[in-house]
Design a protein around this ligand. Structure first.
Ligand code: GDP
Length: 453
């Protein structure tokens, strides 16, 4: 049965310079021809690929809009099918009117992600590349964009394909070994099997380790700003947010609720929470804030612990220190403009940064320290990175199977038994990149896309 020809508005809703109605499928050009009359009188079906004509979109004998029709011929198009894109004026009503004309000329409304799904089914991109299309659209920073683009251009797929080929080589060697056990071939030795398995395992471990820092870049770091009252937490939050969001006063204990704010410092997104000052308190309202602050440390990926470095540490400061984990905490020594009464030696194991939130000094050092502690500074945006929970799950399952294969090999099990685990690892990787994937898995990936993509 011939595939349906699909159409959708591919630009966001709302007003803009242009709006694009994309049509894809074997009837795409003929359908577009039915609604589009070029100014030159030339028909779209007469065009070669990558050409365009200016003209009008007509529906029920009425001109709907002026438009440029661009023709792409299979297989050289986004979907790999014949595609016509009608670029009209970008308005909510006008784009819908053009889409209506196209649908009444024989196209079917596209499902979410259906254009990209067709590109996948036609071998234009694999599943990790398809997922990065979505990530690319949602990217919020330069680094994230570079990361998604590297994946879109096949960087992650290539890394996965390398691991697959190592496992395949192993699988083939196992088969050869059981067919010709007496041949004295170097590649058919247990040492070589062990070497290949180790290579595949390390490749998978490396790939999986990229997930967390990639996620931090995409989603931001859940960050708590904590410290006793009046050390400058709100001032720091305002400095990072570059706006007056928290209430800054000289009276201790004025910040009583947790205030959330998403801020970008350099390439890093922080989801900041300014919390009530932590200190022993009789005040009931304030006590709620203190509890929230303690909860917040527990549920945060990063804690900025603020201390007033112009006065010596007191019992409250030392209590707070006991709540903190050096691996996820930056000690921020604030009020450096007023002199320094505490030393970095008071904070063994912790990374410290000296700032003056009021004067704005030390912000660059703070940004660097955050990039270091969150792992972002170690992330190469041009490298292969796993970018979705689905990808990480499958890579983790492949790793378990590879580890199991290594264990069985070392314990002297038969190559048949080891081979079963190697094949299992391969199956997970094929699902990851979509080389062998069920309809349900593909549908699940594309369901998350928007209509028109
Ligand atoms: P919080 O209770 O920890 O949120 O502290 P605030 O941000 O409300 O600041 C308490 C007081 O310290 C305010 O008067 C601020 O202007 C002042 N302050 C904050 N940061 C600095 C700083 O870096 N230097 C100086 N000199 N004063 C500061």
């Amino acid at each position: 049965m011939a595939e349906r020809t699909i159409a959708a508005i591919s630009t966001p809703s709302g007003e803009g310079g242009i709006g694009v109605i994309r049509i894809s499928g074997s009837e795409a050009i003929r359908i577009a021809d039915r609604v589009f009359k070029s100014a030159s009188g030339k028909e779209l079906t007469a065009l070669s690929g990558y050409s365009a004509l200016f003209g009008h979109v007509i529906h029920n004998d009425e001109i709907v809009d002026e438009a440029v029709a661009t023709v792409f011929l299979a297989p050289k198009s986004y979907t790999g099918e014949d595609v016509c894109e009608l670029s009209c004026h970008g308005g909510g009503y006008v784009t819908k009117a053009v889409l209506r004309a196209v649908l009444s000329a024989g196209a079917t409304l596209a499902q979410p992600g259906e254009f990209t799904k067709r590109a996948f089914l036609n071998g234009k991109l694999d599943l990790t590349e398809a997922e990065s299309v979505m990530g690319l659209i949602a990217a919020k920073s330069r680094e994230e964009l570079r990361l998604q683009l590297a994946a879109k251009m096949g960087r992650t797929s290539k890394e996965i394909a390398d691991i697959e080929s190592t496992l395949l080589e192993l699988s083939a060697d196992f088969a050869a070994y059981s067919d010709f056990p007496d041949e004295d071939l170097e590649e058919l030795s247990p040492e070589n099997f062990s070497r290949l398995l180790k290579k595949a395992r390390q490749g998978l471990e490396g790939l999986i380790s990229t997930y967390d820092s990639g996620r931090v870049l995409r989603e931001g770091i859940k960050t708590a700003i904590v410290g006793k009252p009046n050390v400058g937490k709100s001032t720091l939050m305002n400095l990072l947010s570059k706006e007056e969001r928290s209430i800054v006063t000289d009276v201790a204990g004025t910040t009583r609720d947790v205030i959330e704010n998403t801020v970008n410092i350099g390439s890093i997104t922080l989801i900041l929470a300014d919390t009530a000052g932590i200190r022993a308190t009789e005040d009931l309202v304030e006590e709620v804030g203190v509890r929230l602050a303690k909860d917040r440390i527990g549920s945060s990926q990063l804690t900025l612990a603020v201390f007033d470095c112009s006065s010596p540490l007191d019992a409250d400061d030392r209590d707070i220190l006991t709540l903190l984990d050096p691996a996820t905490t930056l000690v921020v020594l604030n009020k450096s403009d007023k002199g320094q009464m505490v030393s970095e030696a008071d904070f063994t194991d912790f990374t410290t940064v000296l700032i003056s939130a009021k004067q704005g000094s030390g912000a660059d050092e703070l940004e660097k320290a955050i990039a270091n502690i969150s792992g972002i500074s170690r992330l190469d945006p041009a490298a292969a990175v796993l970018l979705s929970e689905r990808q990480r799950d499958l890579a983790t399952q492949a790793l378990s199977a590879a580890v199991e294969a290594e264990n069985l090999l070392n314990a002297g099990y038969t190559l048949d038994a080891v081979g079963v685990c190697v094949d299992e690892a391969l199956t997970h990787l094929y699902t990851l990149d979509g080389k062998r994937v069920t309809n349900e898995v593909a549908d699940e990936v594309f369901r998350r896309f928007c209509v028109g993509k």
